[in-house]
Design a protein around this ligand. Structure first.
Ligand SMILES: Cc1cc2nc3c(=O)[nH]c(=O)nc-3n(C[C@H](O)[C@H](O)[C@H](O)COP(=O)(O)OP(=O)(O)OC[C@H]3O[C@@H](n4cnc5c(N)ncnc54)[C@H](O)[C@@H]3O)c2cc1C
Length: 368
């Protein structure tokens, strides 16, 4: 770490990035030779979230998609810990670190709980794989994109298993068009996945060893393994007692301006799923936001005028939901596709190589 400071003397500004996910990892990597960067994340690794479902059926897949932060953050500082509060000059972590900043980037995405080390995460995938392999029947609760992709992964790799998908909505994946949802439903049915719509499972009253699950309409489902894919809220609770408390909207998102600064603050940015930008929450957009915010931070750190900052424009997303290893359903602005063509874009590599490349890593090989 001998080269942390600027080559020609001077002192770098301190940038603290809270959250080492899709957006936070990219912004930290992009700024590490322009600023004194500290990344705060509860894990010693960055995980590509859109690869996590494949890793449950093929644990070796995680070797490229679960990446040590130190592999791309070669000139920055990593604090493994959870941010629990901030003042207008410091970030406080659960382990008692107090990290001073000139610029703060909030990139905490959605809440969730993951093992602390890469090694533990890889072990967790191996355990889940073994549980899927040894189960005869699997129940997935939640028919959003995550539940659908997981059902498809299992149905594709383990066609002999009985897979049931329970969803409380009247159709799958309500956030995309009905046409795409119907195509996904047909695909799942063709692979013998039983899809139960307009039904729910009371998740608050389950016992650990329960193998029989009752739906809201009184039907009984037998399953050896349960996966809950009902989504998580934005990870903004840690800001609720801080000076940013009024910057959180009613959905838990952080309100940003067109330059991706938290509204009303000159040195605080927010990027990725945590922001209130009006677009679908997607990794691609999280990366685009990270690059715009990084550019704006460079302008400010170099003493440039605020009007030189880039503007982030929300765009309509193209959505691709993978269906196993070959197929996918895709919704573009004017058309919906299913099958091998959208599958070729996403389903084989799940954007793992592309994401690694953006972090300056070899797209094909994991370092260890
Ligand atoms: C199964 C699945 C499939 C998906 N498929 C696609 C797809 O095909 N295409 C696509 O574009 N997008 C996809 N997405 C969405 C995409 O993954 C998200 O939009 C993206 O991860 C958002 O990036 P982010 O950096 O905002 O948040 P995240 O990537 O969620 O990162 C947030 C980080 O903040 C950390 N954190 C949280 N709280 C704290 C705290 N208090 N202190 C410190 N750190 C904290 C977390 O540990 C995490 O590392 C998918 C998501 C999932 C789960």
């Amino acid at each position: 770490m001998g080269e942390r400071q600027p080559e020609l003397g001077g002192v770098w500004k301190r940038v603290v990035v809270v959250g080492g996910g899709v957006a936070g990892s990219l912004i930290a990597k992009t700024l590490q030779f322009n600023a004194d960067v500290t990344l705060v994340d509860p894990k010693d690794y960055f995980e590509i979230p859109y690869a996590s479902l494949r890793s449950k059926v093929e644990p070796a897949f995680a070797e490229r998609s679960v990446i040590y932060h130190k592999d791309y953050l070669t000139n920055g500082r990593l604090i493994v810990g959870k941010a629990i509060s901030i003042s207008n000059s410091q970030v406080l972590t659960s382990e008692g670190h107090q990290i001073s900043y000139d610029y703060l980037v909030v990139a905490t995405g959605h809440s969730g709980s993951f093992p602390r080390t890469r090694r533990e995460r890889l072990t967790e995938f191996r355990t889940e794989h073994e549980e899927i392999r040894s189960a005869d029947s699997i129940l997935i609760v939640g028919g959003g994109p995550v539940g659908v992709e997981l059902a498809a992964e299992i149905a594709f790799d383990f066609p002999q298993k009985k897979v049931t998908l329970v969803h409380e909505g009247s159709r799958l994946m309500e956030f995309i068009g009905a046409k795409a949802a119907v195509k996904a439903l047909q695909w799942l049915k063709s692979r013998r996945v039983e899809v139960m719509l307009r039904q729910s499972i009371d998740l608050d009253n389950l016992s650990e060893e329960s193998k029989t699950f009752e739906t809201s309409s009184g039907e009984s489902i037998r399953a050896d393994r349960l996966f809950v894919c009902t989504g998580n809220p934005p990870a903004s609770d840690w800001l609720r007692e801080t000076f940013l408390k009024d910057s959180i909207d009613r959905f838990g998102n952080v309100k940003v301006d067109e330059n991706l600064r938290v509204k009303g603050y000159k040195n605080v940015f927010a990027v990725g799923d945590i922001t209130d930008v009006k677009e679908i929450k997607q990794g691609y957009f999280a990366q685009q936001q990270a690059l715009v915010a990084a550019k704006n931070l460079k302008v400010l750190m170099e003493g440039g005028q605020e009007r030189k900052m880039a503007i982030y424009k929300a765009s309509p997303g193209k959505i691709i939901v993978s269906l196993g290893r070959q197929d996918a359903v895709a919704q573009f602005q004017y058309s919906t596709w299913i099958g091998l063509v959208p599958g070729m874009i996403k389903s084989k590599d799940l954007f793992v190589g592309k994401t690694r490349k953006k972090l300056g890593l070899d797209p094909r090989i994991a370092d260890r």
